[in-house]
Design a protein around this ligand. Sequence first.
Ligand code: NAD
Length: 257
Amino acid sequence: MSVKGKTAVITGSNSGIGLGIATELAKAGANVVLNSFTDRDEDHALAAELSRAHGTDVRYIQADMSKASDCRALIEKAGVCDILVNNAGIQHVAAIDEFPMDKWDAIIAINMNSAFHTTAAALPMMRKAGWGRVINIASAHGLRASPFKSAYVTAKHGVVGMTKVVALETAQEPITCNAICPGYVLTPLVEAQIPDTAKKYGISEEEAIEKVILLKQPSKEFVTVEQLAGMALFLCSDAGAQTTGTALPMDGGWTTQ
Ligand code: NAD
């Protein structure tokens, strides 16, 4: 079984990891639904460009993953969902007693609740098609904690828990559900933190990467979007058919410590 001709819905996929996975899936012949909360010309242009480059059907569907109704509408509008990649996510860093309530609610909604709603809407489609893959982009923070990231760590641990439940509920069907748990990945989100971190500690950008950002990542190398996409493709392959309910670390050794 290959992903050729399958339809993949990837939440939060107009940049970073989501766009990288979307690109690799399109390259492998899958039809793709890109998503974010914006509805700009450039979002639709991105879909057209991916479609042109890889000769598959690529659509952009606007839906705000902080809203339950939008999450379910995304899957309904997609019409088909063989591969669901729950990737949309945001971050906010603050001590728990100073953590803004609206940020807590947004992180729990986008990073965790959205995966519940999209999965609930997509499973009947997968059952009808007789095949399905749910891939949750969790984090090393779904397995380990760091201070000042209460909402993020809570949401990502929740996603890892939900992954196990979905895997058990679909265990006797040709459907799998897994979480990928990346360490630091060099996406625009992380790139933006490098100059600020260097400035804050009065060190070079190279030192900021090695000593601060990759402090917990023993390899001292970023995980790449292509590596994550490779894991997603493995999970969609026949070789991945008995891999279900797992939380797969891709973190340069972070969670082995
Ligand atoms: P990113 O900011 O590049 O991508 C986040 C995506 O989510 C964007 O496409 C954004 O538009 C979308 N998004 C944000 N709010 C949304 C909303 N309300 N509705 C729909 N889409 C929304 O960041 P990224 O690094 O590519 O992160 C992608 C996922 O990977 C996140 O879940 C993140 O927690 C996880 N992750 C990232 C890293 C890392 O180091 N970059 C590490 C581990 C896990």
